[in-house]
Design a protein around this ligand. Sequence first.
Ligand code: NOJ
Length: 568
Amino acid sequence: MSRILIAVGWLVATMCAFSPVAGGQLKKVDAEGHEWWHHAVFYEAYPRSFADSNNDGVGDLNGITSKLDYLEHLGVNAIWITPCFPSPQVDFGYDVSDYENIDPMYGTLADLDRLLAEAKNHNIKIILDFVPNHTSDQHKWFLESKSSRTSPKRDWYIWRDGKGPNQPPNNWTSTFGGSAWKYDPATGQYYYHYFYAEQPDLNWRNPEVVKAMLDTMRFWYKRGVAGFRLDAVDTLFEDPDLKDNPPLPGNDKFGFPNTHEIYNKKLPEVHDIMRAMRKVADEYGAVLLGETWTQNVAQLREYYGERNDELQMPMDLMMTEFKQPSAPVFREHISAVESAGGWPVFVISNHDIVRSYTRWGDGVHNDDIAKTMAAMYLTLRGTSILYYGEEIGMENNDPKSKDDVRDPIGRRGWPLEKGRDGERTPMQWSDAPNAGFTQGTPWLPVGPNFKTHNVATETADPNSILNFYRRILELRREEPALRDGKYVTINPGDSNVFAFVRRLKGEAVLVVLNMSPTSHTVPLDLAKAGFPAAKIHVLAASSPQQATTLSRQVVMAPFSAVIAKVTK
Ligand code: NOJ
């Protein structure tokens, strides 16, 4: 009898720990039904700039491996490495010339294997960046495609005749400036490139392209890669009739007429490919993150798929466009995210946008603002993606003159568009020369605040931004309410202070964020949140002066954050 009970108990436990997925596979979930990535914190490492192991001035995979202790201690669960594949580096790796190898500048396949193995020992997963929209113009597929109109690979890219002499096929423009069509005199046709001319768009209507790209994903999954961040998914398909995009008033930063990009972006066919990629990911229990720029939460919702069969983690990039900390703006956005369903994925910085420290800083309270915004997006329900250097308050270091610019769009669009060098400067490890990133000449100059804002200095300072990040990530691990708690707003009419609780059964975590430059006394009536006689004990505060026990109110310093445990 007892054996039967044990067997039944085992069966029930096993059923709770695994759930069926497409293709009849089983995958691991925790007792609450969550997969590993649901509560994870991802760390975006830009390999050129993270850590340079061979002192050639450019970061590399061995550099990342050498910092695994740091990343584990910080508390991250996965590293997303932006493209490290062979590439002429016109777009710093987003122009891939071989999808199944590592650029010698970053190391070798063996280095990646070692990184995978050592990361596993640190309980950290590795996510690579997959660039499906385009290859490099030096990829053998494109060289073959370009070789003649009858090449078997001709249709792997988008080739068309011009409208007339010196006239591209239509009015589509590249997001990196100028016409999206480049004429090839040898074969007398134009090819399409949504990004640089050195990044020709693949033709995803060709089944051979689909197969080759899905096989590439399998190649990496088999090596132990836990998933991909998918680059530029919106631009995978174009209208086959090449209809002109409707004109809009004004010119873009490169001086070309603005258009409404309805015929070369967000076409419905994108979702067929997302489903195909997801099917392959499910074969390996892998996760797909998407570079999904959207204007609202409803648009973002579409990338999960009607049957949750597309991306598990489309990124919410909308917060990166909010101009300043603002309680009503962030509260409204989070409410929309919460009511939309889907697993939220929050991002405040990446390698294409001005760093959050600079973007949201007011020049007076920058460190406090950095802590306040961290306390917001790292305590919400969902997964968070942290951009390297954000945890130490790295700021943008934009080029001072056109001659200093490395990113081609910065040279083309100067001075309206300065390019993205500013947010890609070397990681600040210490106050040593070159911030301890390299003993060679760094490929970009280090940021101006490296003497005060670096890993070594901040590790030693209990009130640093870095130690505040560490504490919050620790709380994410320790407090069940921060993982699974329901999000309930407090004082929804407050225009300065954004406050909410994450409630789970009889307890909750309270988060209070003063997003204004003045101090405020905030009433803490938690009855509506289910805690009429709440006991409130502070777990973390951005200001060292913060009292540790709270009752009916909390006094919030300018731009400050308090995270507290609430019990009945
Ligand atoms: C988005 C990437 O994040 C960006 O860095 C790149 O230039 C474009 N896609 C083109 O691949």
